[in-house]
Design a protein around this ligand. Structure first.
Ligand SMILES: Cc1cc2nc3c(=O)[nH]c(=O)nc-3n(C[C@H](O)[C@H](O)[C@H](O)COP(=O)(O)OP(=O)(O)OC[C@H]3O[C@@H](n4cnc5c(N)ncnc54)[C@H](O)[C@@H]3O)c2cc1C
Length: 573
């Protein structure tokens, strides 16, 4: 019941008032008689009484409801005068339909649907709705667009069935806010520093201010500084996913490569299960602006791009287990099994490994404040343009650092290469060292490490401190571009030698597999491995985790889709 759930502080505005007219039309469309007739062919027709609760907040398996007559109100849990209660979000009349993106997944509802006036409704369950939106292109677009806009608005307003109480100065609060935001989950927020009633509210819940961040979710469950996994569990992110039956394909990692595989697999009739240890989006999700991905001439934020991709996957019925880490691949017998944390085993005929890579980072606490806006992990013409006429620092003694330094020296005023070792000889190719020596505006600082970065505000790097690790001498430079070229480490530890890897641990596929690799792996088939296939038949590697991959979003997305067409061939063998 609504009264059993404490949630957001009441807000006076309704969803309709916060939207533009165009958005309102798209978010709450009124279907025509002809469109209603198309839904009616697949739906159950019901008479409903005033006050009847059709969907409860926190309830599972919410259906698609189209109002034929009468009216249906959508309510969220809210605090009114310090007491739990409910607040109306919108009222649906004849021709309107109820729901948001949650309906495309098995997750619990975040709102309540109650009949305001008695009438007639059409009801479709989730499975029917998923088929319907895929088969009826016009209505599919109308429904998915409405659901996405409604969800974006709920997130913007913080209108969900959870309440976070924290402080902008608490790292745990920032982590949970980011986790919920990257999952597109609406959550009300009370800031102890800004909201006088927050402390009073905590007292009522018998929670100390020192326990923040505090998340109230489910049926008044109070979580004190929960892990992301505990948050996901309380909000039911992984609820209702069948982990017992064997899948055609399990995809590990929900970065661009994994999401692309999932969309192509599900849209081409496979029933994929996706496993992601953190949140969908991968590295791309943390990029503030992606300017080189086709189709977005003014760029798109990583969160936005991966948010869209996640909804696209949900539309096609992809099931996604998040905050679930693949711990081990059981590759000794077929079908393969992936052991995930918690001990469950996921059986699959084919597997896509899309676990990406993690750039080696500097151990500086405020590093993430400047990533993409002063700290870069690669040097393309775009970054070079940003550094025009300014001093830059390149950290690293390998070939990628050398290439970046030479490339940047054409635009930058001066390039400082910082290396921990005594010199470049042991780590960089001779030809690059010669070029660096012959380039006047490059200086190599041996035995030097970055020990601090500063800026007046998040996202604006202004000063860099470096320290000589032999003499201890410290220098502070007014430099605002730092290139970290210290290499990337593939996320392959969990594979424990099941597939052939190169020296750095990246997974070898197709033509990169030598006869020796295949002999060592006891490749059992007459045919050679397909282009993206590893040394284990039916196990594919795509994106950054693959040896020879371009380490770009476009190549990750491309490989994700190609792997699925190859999996169709494997499943037919
Ligand atoms: C800050 C930043 C900005 C960038 N900007 C651009 C750009 O502008 N343009 C561009 O083309 N490229 C950019 N890149 C590179 C691009 O993001 C990557 O090439 C791309 O994300 C690789 O996609 P992927 O799916 O292969 O791997 P990832 O994005 O790394 O995704 C891998 C996923 O697998 C998950 N995972 C790892 N191990 C496990 C496990 N054991 N179990 C379950 N899940 C696991 C991870 O949590 C992650 O979500 C940027 C990268 C960063 C870090």
């Amino acid at each position: 019941m609504l009264e059993n759930q404490v949630i957001a502080p009441e807000n006076q505005v309704t969803a309709l008032e916060t939207m533009s007219e165009e958005q309102r039309q798209q978010a709450f469309p009124r279907l025509t008689d002809a469109q209603i007739a198309r839904v009616a062919k697949f739906a159950a027709r019901r008479h409903v009484n005033a006050g009847e609760v059709l969907v409860e907040s926190g309830g599972k398996d919410m259906p698609f409801i189209l109002v034929l007559s009468g009216s249906l109100e959508v309510l969220r849990c809210a605090i009114r005068g310090g007491q739990p209660g409910s607040q109306q979000i919108v009222v649906h009349g004849p021709g309107n339909f109820f729901g948001d993106m949650t309906m495309m997944t098995s997750r619990p509802s975040i709102v309540t649907a109650r009949m305001k006036d008695a009438g007639e409704i059409l009801v479709l369950d989730r499975k029917c709705l998923q088929e319907f939106v895929q088969n009826d292109a016009e209505l599919g677009d109308i429904i998915i667009r409405a659901y996405v806009i409604r969800r974006v608005n709920l997130v913007k307003q913080g209108w969900g069935n959870a309440l976070l109480i924290g402080s902008a100065f608490s790292a745990g609060t920032v982590r949970i806010k980011e986790f919920l935001e990257r999952n597109g989950y609406p959550c009300a927020y009370m800031d102890l520093e800004k909201d006088e009633s927050a402390e009073e509210f905590l007292n009522k819940m018998h929670v100390k201010a020192s326990d923040i961040p505090v998340l109230i979710c489910g049926k008044n469950k109070v979580l004190r500084n929960p892990t992301n996994q505990e948050v996901a569990e309380c909000l039911g992110f992984n609820i209702g996913i069948d982990t017992d039956h064997m899948r055609d394909v399990v995809i590990v990692g929900a970065g661009p490569a994994g999401l692309s595989s999932a969309v192509y697999a599900a849209s081409e009739g496979l029933k994929p299960l996706m496993v992601e240890m953190a949140v969908p989006g991968g590295q791309a999700g943390s990029s503030s602006k992606i300017e080189n991905y086709l189709g977005f001439p003014t760029g798109i934020s990583g969160t936005n791009l991966t948010y869209r991709a996640t909804h696209q996957a949900e539309k096609f019925g992809v099931e996604m287990m998040i905050t679930t880490k693949a711990m081990k691949l059981d590759c000794m017998k077929k079908p393969y099994a992936i052991e995930v944390d918690g001990g469950r085993k996921l059986m699959a005929r084919a597997i896509v490994i899309a676990t990406g890579a993690a750039y080696r980072k500097l151990p500086l606490t405020n590093l993430s404040d400047f990533e993409g806006t002063g700290i870069y992990y690669w040097a393309t013409p775009m970054e070079a343009q940003l550094c025009q006429g300014q001093e830059v620092i390149v950290v690293g003694g390998g070939n990628s650092a050398g290439q970046a330094a030479i490339f940047l020296s054409a635009k930058a005023k001066h390039v400082h290469i910082l290396i921990r070792a005594d010199g470049l000889q042991s780590s960089m190719s001779r030809y690059l060292i010669r070029r660096i020596e012959n380039t006047k505006n490059i200086t190599v600082h041996a035995n030097t490490e970055v020990t601090g970065i500063e800026g007046p505000a998040k996202g604006k790097l202004e000063r860099i401190q470096w320290t000589n690790n032999k003499t201890g001498a410290v220098e502070i430079q007014e430099i605002c571009h730092l290139f970290l070229m210290t290499g990337a480490r593939p996320n392959t530890q969990w594979l424990d030698g099941c597939v052939a890897q190169d020296k750095q641990g990246f997974i070898k596929t197709g033509p990169a597999l030598t006869p020796e690799d295949l002999t060592a792996a006891r490749w059992p088939l007459a045919r050679p491995p397909y282009f993206l296939e590893t040394s284990l038949p039916g196990v594919f590697a795509v994106g950054d985790v693959r040896a020879g991959n371009m380490k770009r979003i476009a190549s990750a997305v491309g490989e994700g889709s190609v792997a699925i067409s190859l999996i169709h061939q494997v499943l037919a063998e």
